[in-house]
Write a protein that binds this ligand. Sequence first.
Ligand code: IPT
Length: 470
Amino acid sequence: MNIMNWLIFKATFLFAVSLVAFGCGNRKEKITSSATVPLELVLPTPRQMEWADAEIGVLIHFDINVYEPEYNWRGDWDYNPDPEIFNPTELDTDQWIKAAKDAGANYAVLVAKHCTGFSLWPTEAHDYSVKSSPWRSGEGDVVADFVASCKKYGVKPGIYASAAANGYFKVDNPGLVVTGDSITQKEYNKVVETQLTELWSNYGDLFEIWFDGGVLPKSKGGPDIVPILQEKQPDAVVFQGPYGTKNLVRWVGNEEGLAAYPSWATADSTTNADGTVVVQGLHGNPDSPIWCPGEADAPLRKNSSWQGGWFWHEGQDHMINSQEEMLHKYYHSVGRNTNLLIGVVVDTRGLVPDADVKALKAFGDEIKRRFGTSLAETAGEGDKVVLNFNAPTEIDHVVIMEDISKGERIRKYKIEGKLNGAWKLLAEGESVGHKRIQEFEAVKVSSLRLCIPESIASPRIRKFAVYNIW
Ligand code: IPT
């Protein structure tokens, strides 16, 4: 028997023994189902672990269309709003990042260029940018301000600059020039390469790079992004990044902050990663060799507001999601092994509106109130972790975290509480990964246990915590 087989045998044996010894229910079935342990566990990179720990981020949207809401970048390819209208006289990126921090965000991604093509930094690639605007007499750089504020407040900076759409260059998804009359695809690809080189070279290390709609690969006529990414930002986490690069993160398939359940951190595709692949496999795939967890993006303003809630529009403060709605998204993203990326708008002043600042803070405060302090918590290894109370204690939430540095090992779990001397099933599920939040009807228990009837190797529980929130 070689070492690996021995380890497999040992893991299976120990697993069976512990089930017999502790009897976490349904014993027979579980012993047989524990028989396979893969030869290699898929592990996240250190940066992907840091990203999972960050849990909440913001995606800050600001573009020239905020000053001209009638403009539709797809409507008239020959028209672009005049840069003269872009003048956020009160722009204060500290205010944006403070608002993000109040929401509990640990990272922030700035939309440096959205579909209009107007660029928030003084790019050398063309003149359709802040340098042609009256804002700070054309001397300003929103990206530089943003990164400086992130540093100041300890929020990790990221940048979104979609290559897939650009009204200024008549480009539509998945990154192809629609008319071909004013600029060729080759020239557009060069613009993208120049712009991404600038963004990835001039603003320090980026925590996350965001490709909206994925990246059209070179083989399908797109820009040659991979070598630039690998040279300039080799450690950045890349949302819908090119296949084959490391630190990938996938879309969850909606803009409502709702991950499917189960939600495995491993997946076969990054969903739309090349801008053309059909979205599939939203649950991920526990047997895939690619670590590519979900990131659930959702604007603070409802999807039914202007531009899907991503951009500011006058008179829409009432479209801000309620605290309950935001918490629902949190439970269905962070609580499902997926990061939550909250879309934040910037208004014509250059500020996050007061109503949004308030809502972000209320959301962050409530998460702290709910999950800031547990009633009890522990960590452990193996198929069972127990928490005992001195007296029957009312509980209604459990948080489970795996030590993902050792891989996502749990395949099925049960949470059981001891009521009047008997174990009762309170909740059960499949994926855990970085974090699983489980809510159930309040119940008084003297003990609580996490049972893991199915896993691919001995489970490593980083945290098993219980709360009384209601
Ligand atoms: C959508 C893209 O098609 C998808 O790939 C992903 O990037 C997503 O945006 C991010 O929110 S487009 C949107 C209008 C649903």
